[in-house]
Design a binder for this molecule. Structure first.
Ligand code: OXD
Length: 309
């Protein structure tokens, strides 16, 4: 039985090559090459048309091509019996840490502003913030959030994390549950969102919550665009409650040309690349889950469809 791939990537070759490298005996085919829909058992997917899998009655497992599974769990027509697995990869966690660190250090040392001064021929010193001056709050303490929080803590930041449940003890301060969200927000000079997108986290970065951040706080959204209520963020930036925001994810991607985020002086946009899955790094776990599916063995990194991650 083949691994069938369905996604909106321009170039699938690196994925096919990486999977073949791990197990040359497995056929990897694109969904439009499938001849017999009932023969498909294992699928690798990213951003496919909702309802598609109703036409493939034999599918047992769908592996997301990334850490996020909202494109799958939000498909109201995805048959209940299909197992969803996601990618858990130390490289994804490390890349997220490196991106977040770059963004935080730019905030502390204001390198972008100095570049703007340079373009205008301005030589002007400014006081800067140090690592020990800011408190970093991290929403989402799963595999990636926990790695980020631990690394930032080890680098000397004052770090607190917040998640749905208390989870395992950590070296950094942990908050959990709805009632402790204000504690995290009130003590975050820089807030990083790494939450999965679920009905409980959608629109969580709204006016009410963002207002609890200290004045001049900074928002970094690396989760999903739907976590942010766009108008609320703009309002809080314009009223100078927030000093700025780095946004890597958006409700609609690519961000529409007319979206007010593009030209906002306090918003820094990157095109959803804080942490990209590398096929050669994630291929072994995909092949492993493929064999587990074929042999009816327990799967790795199973998603709880009720929780949504
Ligand atoms: C992911 C992403 O979920 O890239 O892996 O957003």
């Amino acid at each position: 039985m083949a691994i069938v791939v369905v996604c909106d990537f321009d170039n699938l070759e690196p994925w096919i090559n990486a999977l073949k490298e791990v197990d040359p005996s497995v056929d990897i085919i694109k969904i439009n090459e499938v001849k017999d829909k009932s023969s498909v058992g294992f699928v690798l997917a990213w951003n496919y048309p909702h309802g598609l899998f109703r036409k493939y009655p034999g599918v047992k497992t769908i592996s997301s091509m990334g850490a996020g599974v909202d494109h799958l769990v939000n498909d109201p027509l995805l048959p209940e019996n299909i197992n969803i697995v996601r990618i858990v990869d130390p490289r994804l966690s490390q890349d997220m840490f490196e991106f977040a660190l770059a963004v935080i250090m730019n905030r502390l040392r204001q390198l972008t502003q100095f570049r703007e001064n340079q373009m205008r021929g301005i030589w002007k010193k400014k006081r800067y913030l140090r690592i020990s001056n800011i408190r970093v709050g991290i929403m989402g303490t799963g595999a990636i959030g926990n790695h980020l929080a631990t690394k930032l803590h080890n680098a000397g930041f004052k770090v607190a994390g917040w998640g749905r449940t208390a989870g395992k003890p950590a070296d950094y301060k942990k908050y959990h549950g709805q009632e402790q969200l204000p504690d995290l927000l009130k003590s975050s000079d820089l807030l990083i969102c790494l939450l999965p997108l679920t009905p409980a986290t959608k629109d969580i970065l709204n006016k009410n919550n963002l207002r609890m951040l200290p004045r001049n706080a900074w928002l970094v959204n690396l989760g999903r665009g739907e976590h942010v209520v766009d108008e609320d963020l703009i309002e809080l930036l314009d009223s100078e409650h927030l000093d700025g925001a780095n946004l890597d994810v958006f409700r609609e991607e690519p961000l529409p040309e007319v979206h007010p985020f593009w030209k906002h002086p306090k918003i820094f946009i990157t095109p959803h690349l804080a942490s990209l899955p590398f096929p050669e790094s994630v291929a072994p776990q995909i092949i492993d889950n493929y064999h587990r599916t074929m042999e009816n063995k327990p799967l790795l990194n199973m998603v709880d469809r009720q929780l949504g991650y």
